[in-house]
Design a protein around this ligand. Structure first.
Ligand SMILES: CC(C)(COP(=O)(O)OP(=O)(O)OC[C@H]1O[C@@H](n2cnc3c(N)ncnc32)[C@H](O)[C@@H]1OP(=O)(O)O)[C@@H](O)C(=O)NCCC(=O)NCCS
Length: 286
């Protein structure tokens, strides 16, 4: 697919905020509860939040050409020493379906990165994504160079939108360490950790509930772990619900067990003849 260079601009006025809401509703669907209310969006953007939109000449006229947006706000968290440290919390990223796979999502994240670094408060952005969503996993882990060590069970409670209905909202929280070598390599499209298959422990796809109590060996032989994930998911199809809930349980067990024994999630790519797998390693290059 050919790439497009979008015009990326901050969204500051209420008309553009309404367009962001319209765009968000058309991406997430449902009753629109996934989209932040206008007064909140405006207040956050006037107080350190960063709301950026991407515009293309052939974008929808009713949105003045807006085809995507990214939104986040300054935040803080505790580091491993218990100290409070600043970060930027990215809340949402969306690109209209007809304009996907043209590089717009990546341009929005890179513009968000520039804007956060320009604020000068932090060099880290965090957000969450659903581990069942293969597209988001590839986008985050491979194109942006995020890492994760945090699995959040049912992070947002039940949501009624098209991407979440019928599923618990389990999420991986990711760290985007903006100036780390890993992120600079990802942005430059350079390879990350080299994997030796001899040291790779590959989990099998779940077939029944029994496969959802995942055992991960602590043998030092295995420096890397490959965890399968489903192909494209359709949570609106009733026939898919049992299968997705099996995958949900399996990934929760596999990822939390791996994090508990010191693995870090650092990639998502296809293994030869085996489909996509999460790649977790014990000693990720930074
Ligand atoms: C996730 C999302 C924002 C990606 O936007 P996008 O503009 O299509 O992404 P890009 O074209 O910039 O893709 C960048 C890279 O991500 C990966 N990627 C994106 N879409 C992909 C797909 N359908 N399949 C496989 N990889 C994909 C690819 O590595 C791609 O690089 P490449 O095209 O050079 O191979 C978009 O799919 C979306 O709006 N989804 C719904 C909302 C959502 O889930 N938001 C949360 C995001 S964490």
């Amino acid at each position: 697919m050919s790439k497009f260079i979008a015009d990326i601009r901050p969204v500051l006025d209420h008309t553009s905020c309404e367009q962001v809401q319209w765009l968000g509703k058309s991406v997430w669907g449902g009753t629109g509860e996934a989209v932040a209310p206008n007064p909140l969006l405006i207040t956050l953007t006037k107080n350190g939040g960063i709301l950026l939109a991407a515009y293309l000449p052939d974008g929808p006229d009713e949105l003045d050409g807006m085809v995507g947006f990214v939104f986040g706000f300054p935040a803080h968290e505790r580091d491993s020493y218990g100290q409070t440290v600043a970060k930027h919390c990215s809340h949402q990223l969306a690109v209209l379906p007809n304009f996907r796979r043209k590089g717009i999502g990546l341009q929005l994240k890179l513009a968000q990165r520039d804007a956060v670094l320009a604020q000068g408060m932090t060099e880290k952005i965090t957000w969450t994504f659903d581990p069942l969503q293969r597209v988001n996993a590839i986008f985050n882990l491979e194109s942006l160079g995020v890492i994760s060590q945090t699995y959040i069970k049912n992070a947002y409670g039940d949501l009624d939108d098209d991407l979440n209905i019928g599923l618990t909202t389990d999420r991986l929280q990711v760290d985007w360490n903006l100036t780390s070598p890993r992120v600079l390599r990802a942005i430059a499209r350079q390879n990350q950790d080299t994997l030796s298959h001899e040291h790779l422990y590959i989990l099998s796809e779940p077939k029944t509930d029994k496969d959802c109590n995942v055992y991960i060996p602590t043998n030092e032989k295995y420096g890397a772990l490959a965890v399968p994930l489903p192909n494209k998911i359709d949570n609106r199809a009733k026939s898919e619900q049992a299968n997705l809930s099996l995958w949900r349980q399996f990934l929760e067990s596999a990822l939390t067990s791996a994090f508990d024994i010191g693995y870090t999630l650092s990639g998502c790519h296809a293994l030869p003849n085996m489909g996509h797998h999460y790649i977790l390693i014990t000693d990720p290059k930074t």
